[in-house]
Ligand binder design. Structure first.
Ligand SMILES: *Cc1c(COP(=O)(O)O)cnc(C)c1O
Length: 337
């Protein structure tokens, strides 16, 4: 096992030993290849570079107390990448090939999977890019799929800590019928400006309103939004938000814990009614939110300095399944053999 300061890794790029690659050429996917290089060689006119023909995924593997490594819901990531591929006209990687590439990347880099006690995990980054040259706006004919991994520290090294979100009506992350529902790099480029502004002003992320009417809540920059009130877990339904696998999982767990679950349009005014608010995604599972600041109206919605009861229960439950401390009754984890 690698000797790293697991608890203080943070979330940043770090080289590991191997990555896995697969090339699409002449209308077909090739075999999975293992590489030790962190470089790729692509044409300067590759569609990924100038027209943003790129999609990515993010998932994690966890080492349990039993020493086993578990990968969480990777079939969902594989399907979501296929959906992103359909959305921006890229070659679609078969689900089984995606999962095999992830398994190989994790297994080959096993010494980088953090020990259970650290609360850290192995972050897995699959990506798919158009590699062949085009100068007219057209999809590439060749693609590269890759999986690389890196150990990342616990998201909350000092414990589960609430942060603040900010609403800026002058920025949109995605158009109403645009690419917001696909996990593509373009959405991230489009959100960096206001994301940086939010951080500089002390907020953890932007909470976007729907870009058509600015009446409903959409999602945070890199995470879905949920609110809890009257024993109900409520999360926005919208054409421009990315379907988070964490959110999907939390909805199942919330239901099992006896909460009602509603996925529907969430009017802005409901911010005043929530008892708990959170952002959810692979990175943090749940980031509890203590306040939402509406910068246009100079108005605060406050949810308390400490994480709410249900957010804490949901967080603990999902983490327990991921680390193998509780039985995986839904078939969400695959143990790496
Ligand atoms: C990846 C992502 C999420 C979180 O999805 P998970 O599958 O839970 O990690 C949420 N919003 C956006 C915009 C994303 O790109």
């Amino acid at each position: 096992m690698e000797n790293l300061d697991w608890k203080n890794l943070g979330f940043g790029y770090r080289d590991t030993d191997y990555n896995v690659r697969c090339y699409f050429k002449n209308g077909a996917w090739g075999e999975l290849e293992v590489s030790t290089s962190n470089r790729i060689d692509i044409h300067m006119s590759a569609t990924a570079l100038h027209y943003g023909q790129e999609a990515f995924e993010g998932l994690k593997a966890f080492k349990g107390r039993d020493g086993k490594i578990r990968i969480f819901r990777m079939d969902e990531n594989a399907k979501r990448m296929q959906n992103s591929s359909d959305g921006i006209l890229m070659a679609k990687l078969p689900v089984e090939k995606f999962m095999e590439a992830v398994r190989i990347a994790v297994k080959k880099n096993e010494r980088f999977v953090p020990p259970c006690e650290s609360g850290a995990a192995l972050y897995i980054r699959p990506l798919l890019i158009g590699t062949s040259p085009q100068i007219g706006v057209k999809p590439a004919e060749e693609y590269l799929f890759m999986v690389f991994v890196m150990p990342v520290g616990p998201y909350f090294p000092e414990g589960f800590k609430p942060t603040d979100l900010v609403i800026y009506r002058e920025y949109d992350r995605a158009a109403p019928q645009g690419t917001g529902k696909y996990k593509v790099g373009g959405n991230y480029a489009a959100s960096m400006y206001e994301g940086k502004k939010a951080k500089e002003n002390g907020f953890s992320a932007v909470l976007y309103l729907d870009s058509r009417e600015k009446k409903y809540l959409d999602e945070c920059g890199p995470a879905n939004f949920f609110g809890i009130k009257n024993n109900t877990y409520i999360t926005p339904l919208s054409d421009s938000i990315l379907p988070s696998i964490t959110n999907k999982s939390l909805m199942v767990l919330a239901d099992e814990m006896g909460l009602n679950v509603e996925r529907r349009k969430v009017p802005y005014d409901e911010l005043a009614e929530f008892e708990e608010v959170g952002a959810c995604g692979t990175a943090a599972v749940i980031s509890p939110i203590k306040g939402v600041y509406d910068s246009d109206k100079d108005k605060w919605f406050k949810y308390g300095e400490e994480p709410g009861e249900w957010s804490t229960k949901l967080y603990n439950k999902l983490r327990a399944i991921q680390y193998g401390d509780e039985p995986d009754t839904h078939g969400w984890v695959e143990i790496v053999e």
